[in-house]
Design a protein around this ligand. Structure first.
Ligand code: CDP
Length: 215
């Protein structure tokens, strides 16, 4: 059982988890963690080191010897692979393409599961992802699930100037065998389809209210 507080936010791509999570974490003084960044950092490294993703033993051996660290810089989590800060590469086109197939591999998920759990030994967390409330912290007291229509989510990514097949990633994330995207038991579902920035703040207030009621 972790000793720190954990708030989980799950949902499909571009459902507003990051913005909501960051604001919520700031308000509460918790550390914000995008679990997707960890998967993305590994996808970047797998491409860089030309790792054969079809062979679990190869991936396991690679992960064992990989130098993969995190540091908190100005209240933000930065990820380092072999000493290089990979933050600026997390939305590279190749990463968007590789990340979901990589995240479906059990050995990768197990590797990151341990990392995520150990963060809660050190910090109060707002962590967002696909399986945070269902698999990583099923015992968390406060769980949220953000959703929006596929059209709205695709538009959001396009507006950010990011080339990303949101629909394809959703499909892969929801249909995989290990830790698929689901609404975690006990999660509060918030539909963000029509949310402007102002309304997003209202959604966050709704989350804060819920947290106050439950605590
Ligand atoms: O921000 P966006 O919703 O586009 O994605 P992300 O949170 O950065 O996650 C990128 C990918 O990592 C997802 O499409 C999933 O394939 C994978 N992921 C996962 O499998 N489990 C998580 N807890 C977080 C991300």
């Amino acid at each position: 059982m972790f000793i720190h507080q954990v708030i989980t936010i799950d949902g499909p791509a571009a459902s507003g988890k990051s913005v909501a999570g960051q604001v919520l974490a700031e308000k509460l003084g918790y550390l914000f963690v995008s679990s997707g960044h960890f998967y993305r950092a590994l996808a970047w490294a797998a491409d860089r080191y030309k790792i054969d993703l079809s062979k679990s033993e190869v991936i396991a051996r690679w992960l064992e010897q990989l130098s993969f660290q995190h540091k908190i810089i100005d209240s933000e989590l930065h990820l380092f692979i072999d000493g290089q800060d990979v933050t600026s590469h997390l939305n590279d086109e190749v990463v968007n393409k590789l990340v979901s197939p990589l995240a479906a591999i059990p050995v990768v998920r197990n590797f990151l599961f341990t990392r995520f759990r150990s963060l809660a030994d050190q910090y109060d967390l707002v962590m967002e992802g696909r399986d945070i409330g269902s698999v990583v912290f099923p015992e968390a007291k406060y769980k949220f699930y953000l959703d929006a229509s596929p059209e709205v989510r695709a538009r959001r990514r396009a507006n950010q100037g990011i080339i990303d097949s949101v629909t394809q990633r959703d499909q892969q994330d929801s249909t995989r065998t290990t830790a698929p995207l689901v609404i975690p038991e006990g999660a509060t579902v918030i539909d963000t389809s029509n949310l402007t920035i102002f309304q997003t703040h209202q959604a966050i207030e709704q989350m804060m209210e819920k947290i106050k009621i439950l605590s």
